[in-house]
Design a protein around this ligand. Structure first.
Ligand code: ATP
Ligand code: ZN
Length: 283
């Protein structure tokens, strides 16, 4: 069996979360900032630390079997790779933004204007779909300062909170694409079994992140009402307590509607609610 290779960002916005995800999968490796390759001691895997822009091609060409990279980078590099799993971090949007005092008001107003970006491939396709003929100025960084310097009428750049736009006197104008970090793989890799094993580990960590383990006490009389509020994942465990009228209920609750659910449970008679993080959920 060959050693699997996974490429992750060496430093930058995706590095820390990528390392954390792999460590949470139980993979044991050193995260030296200076090294390009780090072997995993308890799984046949090597971790390659690369610039994010190089990751899709490394995966396409088979130098790495897997990669963790933003969807925006994959689309921009136009490579042939398989999307294996969305990872839920590195969320951002590629947006067109204009100066606060602009006279660009509708999408049609972009006709004949210049737009600075580090994402010319994605922007070109987007403008073609909208039938807009604008001048794309490809630059390699600090896109947000180009309208102020008179280099472009608008920009197309990644935005998460919008703070950078604001501090450069810009406002978001329209959305081009939304993006998050994804696990990618090569079509037809010979390491399919190991890849599947790793994907399952990653999915068990992601599932656990989306849920909390909850233990609560309830009077037997109120048990039915409490159970009716609990979501799927088979039925909850009901455990007797020393006090005969009471039971403890053990269950998992999705993070997204957590607080709503907890207040409903309290109203239905749940007491002494203890909430714990979950490390992994293996189905
Ligand atoms: P590298 O040195 O690896 O080339 P980089 O400077 O191109 O790094 P980063 O700024 O570290 O890249 O961003 C990596 C990825 O993080 C982006 O491609 C994008 O998918 C994601 N991301 C999330 N939020 C943001 C944001 N606010 N701005 C830019 N990228 C973001
Ligand atoms: Zn990059």
């Amino acid at each position: 069996m060959k050693t699997l290779k996974i490429a992750i960002q060496k430093s930058g916005r995706l590095n820390e979360k990528s390392v954390e995800l792999l460590k949470n999968c139980g993979l044991n490796f050193e995260n030296y900032k200076s090294s390009l390759i780090s072997p995993v001691s308890n799984f046949p895997l090597e971790i390659l630390f690369l610039r994010d822009d190089d990751i899709p091609e490394y995966v396409q060409d088979g130098i790495a079997d897997l990669g963790i990279v933003g969807e925006n980078v994959i689309q921009e590099t136009e490579v042939e790779v398989s999307y294996l799993q969305k990872l839920g971090f590195g969320k951002c949007s590629l947006k067109i933004a204009v100066p606060n005092n602009t006279n660009i008001e509708t999408v049609a107003d972009l006709n004949g204007r210049s737009i600075a970006t580090t994402y010319p491939v994605i922007l070109k396709k987007h403008l073609q779909e909208l039938n807009i003929d604008a001048d794309i100025r490809t630059i390699s960084g600090s896109v947000e300062i180009s309208p102020g310097l008179g280099l472009a009428d608008a920009i197309c750049d990644l935005v998460s909170t919008g703070g950078t736009l604001k501090s450069n006197g810009l406002k978001a104008f329209s959305d081009v694409m939304s993006s998050e970090a994804v696990l990618i793989g090569r079509k037809g890799s010979e390491n399919e079994d190991l890849i599947q094993e790793l994907i399952q580990r990653i999915q068990s960590v992601l599932r656990a992140k989306e849920t909390k383990y909850v233990v609560l006490n309830v009077l037997k009389d109120n048990l039915e009402a409490v159970i009716a509020l609990l979501p799927g994942v088979k039925s909850p465990s009901v455990v007797p307590l020393a006090e005969a009228d009471w039971v403890a209920v053990h269950t998992v609750i999705p993070e997204r509607d957590f607080w709503d659910r907890i207040s409903q449970l309290k109203q239905a008679g749940a007491q002494g609610i203890v909430v714990m993080p979950i490390e992994k959920i293996i189905l």
